[in-house]
Design a protein around this ligand. Structure first.
Ligand SMILES: [Cu+2]
Length: 209
């Protein structure tokens, strides 16, 4: 009686299929970032590395870090590696944007308007940016190897959607600059999501040369 046996053979396969589909569903992740004293920290970058997701951004991915009122805006730009960043100058004065950071040394000499070529950030890490003309202008480009990232707001909270499963959570804060390693920890996300609190300290994770 093959029609009786068939369901027995099919059922385990169906079950496995449903489990696999369930684990790929996006679930809400809420991360609160504070300093050692518990004060919420804005402008931290929360990222989640998910096995099997592409480290590099799709070709053509772009972002913008402008200059307005002799300040960089935003002060912290989070991007996935491979992203091309434009540096439009909205001021009437000229700027001279540069970075000496290992992640991306570059220089856009004295210019107004939008430079013709964007700068492609092709590896993970942090670039500290400055302006040769205006010493107090500073910004950070933090580059991650995952499409899952978000920046914390003034309440110290970042919200993002990630697949359920076991991943690695990384939190970078401007206090880490371009030499200290970001905070990293294992992250388990259930079907209904996860809520995590992370304290960042300047010395955490040591430093790279
Ligand atoms: Cu400037």
């Amino acid at each position: 009686m093959p029609h009786r046996i068939t369901p027995l053979l099919v059922a385990p396969w169906l079950g496995a299929g449903l489990l696999a589909a369930g684990s790929a569903q996006a679930a809400p992740l809420t991360v609160t970032v504070t300093d050692a004293a518990g004060v919420p920290q804005a402008d931290a970058v929360v990222s989640v590395e998910v096995k099997g997701t592409k480290a590099t951004a799709a070709p053509g991915t772009q972002a913008e870090l402008g200059q307005r009122g002799r300040n960089f805006t935003p002060r912290v730009l989070a991007i996935q590696s491979g992203t091309a960043v434009n540096f439009p100058n909205f001021d009437t004065v000229r700027h001279h944007v540069y970075s000496f950071s290992q992640a991306k040394p570059f220089e856009i000499k004295l210019y107004s308007g939008t430079p013709a070529a964007p700068v492609v950030f092709d590896k993970a890490g942090t670039a500290v940016l400055g302006c040769n003309i205006h010493d107090r202008m500073t910004a950070f480009v933090h580059v991650v190897n995952t499409p899952h990232f978000a920046r914390t707001q003034v309440d110290g909270i970042a919200m993002l959607d990630v697949p359920a499963g076991e991943h690695t959570l990384q939190v970078w804060h401007p206090m880490h600059g371009d030499t200290s390693l970001p905070h990293r920890q294992p992250l388990k996300v259930g079907g209904s999501g996860a809520t995590v609190n992370v304290k960042v300290t300047p010395s955490r994770g040591g430093s790279t040369p």
